[in-house]
Write a protein that binds this ligand. Structure first.
Ligand SMILES: [Mg+2]
Length: 268
């Protein structure tokens, strides 16, 4: 893992965004926007970017495996790579595809490097701002080269975050309308990478998540953990991308996670 240079990953992300992603921003033809699995958007830029990321990341670690969001939509078996005794890249070529396809500015390239169930490193790159957010396990979280530490928030009524309810039980969705009101503000960026970054910095406080596709969450989870934040699933376990767990709370602190979980219990 020591032979992975931060500059190499930065170069790869910069080149993919300059050559593939940004030229298509506000410039997609109708036939370049499609739907996969019925409802999720995918554009020509997602597919091209993933191919290029795969090619370059595998060059850095020739014996590693690769799991990409777009490849997964064609072959779900690639998740078995997580069980192998090998390094594995997990990539979301464009997080926030709906924003990207609609000309809105919150979208990111997300990359994680894992070995079995361990998250080792991650990168979230903002193409429009050319900002690299990254994390190294047991070392820290960084924005460009500056180490960041989250700000703790412990009073639920003062917190801002998002609640994804896409896959929740219909009955709970109803109760959620009331549950939402205990927070200061509930809104979504429609780009989970950006939310993870802002939770890491401490300018947002929490995200209650469902449908945990590994490419959506591994990079941000490491970033938030290394910034001093925490994650917990509804059974009080830490996020484990090798297991199918449906719901997760991520926030600035363990304490806030437990408070949110307790409140959720009152409304379930
Ligand atoms: Mg994506």
């Amino acid at each position: 893992m020591d032979n992975i240079k931060q500059e190499d990953i930065e170069d790869i992300c910069f080149n993919v965004s300059q050559n593939i992603i940004l030229p298509k921003f506000k410039n997609l033809s109708e036939d370049e926007i499609n739907y996969k699995n019925g409802s999720d958007l995918v554009t020509a830029a997602d597919i091209e970017a993933e191919k290029e990321l795969k090619k370059n990341l595998l060059k850095i670690l020739p014996t590693s495996n690769f799991i990409g969001e777009e490849e997964y939509s064609r072959n779900e078996n690639i998740l078995n790579f997580y069980n192998e005794d090998a390094y594995c890249w997990t990539v979301d070529p464009i997080d926030g595809t709906t924003n990207f396809a609609n000309g809105r500015d919150k979208f990111a390239i997300m990359i994680a490097l894992t070995f079995k169930e361990k998250i080792l490193r991650s990168w979230i790159y903002k193409p429009l701002d050319k900002i690299m957010c990254s994390a190294i396990v047991n070392e820290g979280a960084y924005i460009n080269n500056n180490k960041i530490i989250t700000k703790e928030a412990n009073i639920i009524e003062e917190t801002i975050g998002s609640i994804s309810t896409k896959y929740w039980e219909p009955g709970f969705k109803e109760r959620l309308k009331i549950f939402k009101n205990i927070f200061k503000e509930v809104n979504s960026y429609r780009c989970i990478g950006f939310e993870y970054i802002d939770i890491g910095i401490g300018i947002r406080n929490f995200a209650i998540l469902s449908k945990l596709s590994p490419w959506d969450h591994i990079p941000g989870i490491l970033f938030v953990r290394e910034a001093g934040g925490a994650d917990i699933d509804f059974d009080k376990n830490k996020y484990d991308f090798t297991k199918k767990n449906k719901n997760l709370i991520v926030s600035n602190s363990e304490d806030l996670n437990l408070k949110i979980l307790e409140k959720l219990g009152e409304y379930s």
